[in-house]
Design a protein around this ligand. Structure first.
Ligand code: ZN
Length: 240
């Protein structure tokens, strides 16, 4: 892996996907900063895991510890206030008539990327690394590759920059995310992903499953668990 001398800003929620993206960036960039967004999400427990995961990754490899730099948390209360969804209010998760889960906060990733680019501009970071994925994207249109490319063009025009939005998970499924973390950091990274990252939409930590913490029933937990068992080459999800 050739180390790039430019810097990256990783959209880091404390979840599985963004943790693998952070490890991916730490392998590539000389300076890696992280940004998290607090918009009143119901699974706010993931924000509390951010520092834990960052600390664990910094310990995992000496080079990672040297490259991992500042963390930023941006409060986006307005996003939560404007969004009448299951993610921010205490209502059941369901699918709408277009098959979109009501966990979708409209435009959420577009807002995240705009704030991330403004921060990257200030920090002199060229790469913006994000965990959007078109394969298991749950119907979220702001996770699509075309959306990311359009956003990159808009940000570069609007800020007169040459940002690159990197989405290393775009074309792989959840089993592929497990495989990627194993390829990057082996068993020690898998242990961090399983034990410390948070995915559950309901914000449940609870007793650990073999695939990590969570309620085991919400769409995010099921995707994570199914990906884990597919990756491990065995089935059933019924030990959840
Ligand atoms: Zn869950």
């Amino acid at each position: 892996m050739t180390l790039r001398d430019d810097g990256a800003l990783v959209l880091f929620s404390g979840g599985q996907d963004s943790t693998v993206c952070l490890a991916w960036a730490l392998e590539r960039f000389a300076v890696v900063e992280t940004v998290g967004f607090d918009y009143g999400q119901r699974h706010r427990v993931e924000l509390g895991q951010r520092a834990v995961v960052r600390g664990a990754l910094a310990q995992l490899k000496e080079t990672w510890g040297e490259r991992l730099a500042d963390d930023h948390v941006v409060a986006l209360d307005a996003l939560g206030a404007m969004s009448d969804t299951a993610m921010t209010r205490d209502i059941a998760i369901a699918l709408d008539e277009k098959g979109l889960p009501n966990t979708f906060v409209p435009g959420r990733n577009l807002v995240f990327l705009a704030f991330a680019a403004a921060l990257a501009f200030r920090r002199g970071l060229r790469h913006i690394v994000a965990g959007m994925c078109e394969t298991d994207f749950s119907g979220y249109p702001d996770c699509r590759d075309d959306t990311m490319k359009a956003m990159q063009v808009a940000l570069n025009l609007g800020m007169d920059q040459r940002f690159v939005i990197d989405t290393p998970l775009m074309w792989i499924d959840k089993a592929g995310v497990w495989a990627m973390s194993e390829a990057i950091g082996g068993a020690p990274l898998q242990k961090i992903v399983v034990e410390e990252t948070h995915t559950c939409y309901l914000g449940v930590r609870g007793e650990p499953h073999v695939w990590g913490h969570g309620c085991g029933e919400c769409p995010a937990c099921r995707l994570r668990a199914e990906g884990f068992f597919k990756w491990r080459g065995s089935k059933p999800v019924d030990d959840a």
